[in-house]
Design a protein around this ligand. Structure first.
Ligand code: ZN
Ligand code: ZN
Length: 373
């Protein structure tokens, strides 16, 4: 790693550790224990490959330590400015973990905030060494901090969204009767590849398949009169994209336009409801009320949205019951849908960042259905 980049990451780690310690203090947490994954990445700007060799980042009120296998110690040490407790394959991680806990955790009662994605073997090894600890998950600490994005994160997510726009246009260009869903998906993946972006998922659900919100893209041949749900995402510079648009092959199926208009109104109602200080459930309700009042309530079978950051699905979740209070700088999807069995499905999905006066949409692609001649 070049020295300049390392300096930026070390500075960022310093800032993020300070933010983490502030929230640890508020929640009475004396130890945050993270595994290789998105939480660790958020703190360190990097995470080692997650595998069976237990690796921890332990953050206490005043100090931090890493527990690392000797095979990865040199690499981790070149990227991370945190004291390391190294273990070998012969000895196993227990003793290194013990010495790291002594270095980081203050004497007295322990309340541990545990990475919810930690492998069970690593988590049990840790908890066995802290038998009296009160436990909670890092969703309350690192997860809460990750919901609000800084300028660099927003720029990265915006760039990822614009790449997804490009890939979606590539998919539109490949749509015609006689093509299979898979061929359209191949065109979308090629569109991502043109922008150095691996495709993370690519759902092309044509005709009646659109009524399955998570249809597996397959060999169905597109026909004139199909509505096609296209939900795609890639990973650009380490950050995900996620968007859904609709396309029509030739002409829309009967009744399509009226249902599309309902979903569009639901998107707009959710956008209008999303403001800093509002509970996430109010945004879900705004979208759901529009769809219910139009008579399609039973066909809107999922939450209205999810957060997006280092991971494509992360808090906040915009469900009918979520009491999470939306804040300026949060990034999340707004993606209501109506799925009519045997006929078609319609979902429109935007990723937004919440500004002081409402959501700003990251994509530049309109939500009107693309019509392939
Ligand atoms: Zn989504
Ligand atoms: Zn999506």
């Amino acid at each position: 790693m070049c020295p300049d980049k390392r300096k930026v990451i070390v500075t960022q780690t310093h800032t993020r550790l300070a933010a983490l310690r502030a929230i640890m203090q508020q929640t009475g947490t004396t130890l945050t224990a993270l595994a290789p994954g998105a939480h660790m990445h958020w703190v360190l700007g990097y995470h080692p490959h997650p595998d069976e060799r237990s690796t921890y980042l332990l953050v206490g009120p005043e100090s931090a330590a890493m527990v690392v296998p000797s095979v990865n110690a040199q690499d981790i040490g070149s990227r991370v400015d945190v004291p390391m407790h190294v273990w070998t394959d012969e000895d196993g991680p227990s003793a290194a973990l013990g010495s790291a806990l002594v270095a980081v955790v203050p004497a007295g009662a322990v309340r541990v905030s545990l990475d919810e994605t930690m492998r069970a073997d690593a988590a049990l090894l840790l908890l066995d060494q802290l038998p009296a600890a009160e436990r909670s998950f890092a969703t309350e600490t690192v997860g809460a901090l990750r919901m609000r994005k800084d300028d660099a994160e927003f720029s990265a997510l915006k760039a990822a969204a614009l790449v997804a726009d490009h890939a979606m246009r590539a998919g539109f260009a490949a749509l015609r009767p006689g093509q299979t869903e898979r061929q359209v998906a191949d065109a979308i993946r090629a569109g991502f590849a043109q922008k150095n972006t691996p495709s993370a998922f690519c759902l092309v659900a044509s005709g009646p398949n659109g009524a399955y919100p998570h249809h597996s893209t397959g060999e169905r041949v597109l026909q004139t009169g199909d509505a096609v749900v296209i939900d795609i995402g890639g990973t650009t510079g380490g950050f995900p994209s996620d968007m859904t648009r609709m396309a029509i092959v030739g002409h829309a199926p009967e009744g399509y336009d009226a249902v599309h208009a309902v979903v569009e109104r639901a998107v707009q109602a959710a956008m209008a409801a999303a403001r800093p200080g509002v509970a996430a459930q109010a945004v879900d309700k705004a979208a759901r009320d529009v769809i219910t009042q139009a008579g399609y309530g039973e066909y809107f079978v999922h939450r209205t949205g999810h957060g997006l950051g280092l991971e494509v699905h992360e808090p906040p979740y915009l469900t009918a019951t979520s009491e999470t209070v939306l804040q300026e700088g949060m990034v999340f999807s707004i993606e209501p849908g109506i799925y009519i069995p045997g006929r078609f499905g319609i979902r429109l999905e935007e990723i937004v960042i919440l500004r002081k006066d409402g959501p700003e949409i990251l994509s530049s692609l309109p939500r009107t259905a693309f019509v392939a001649a």
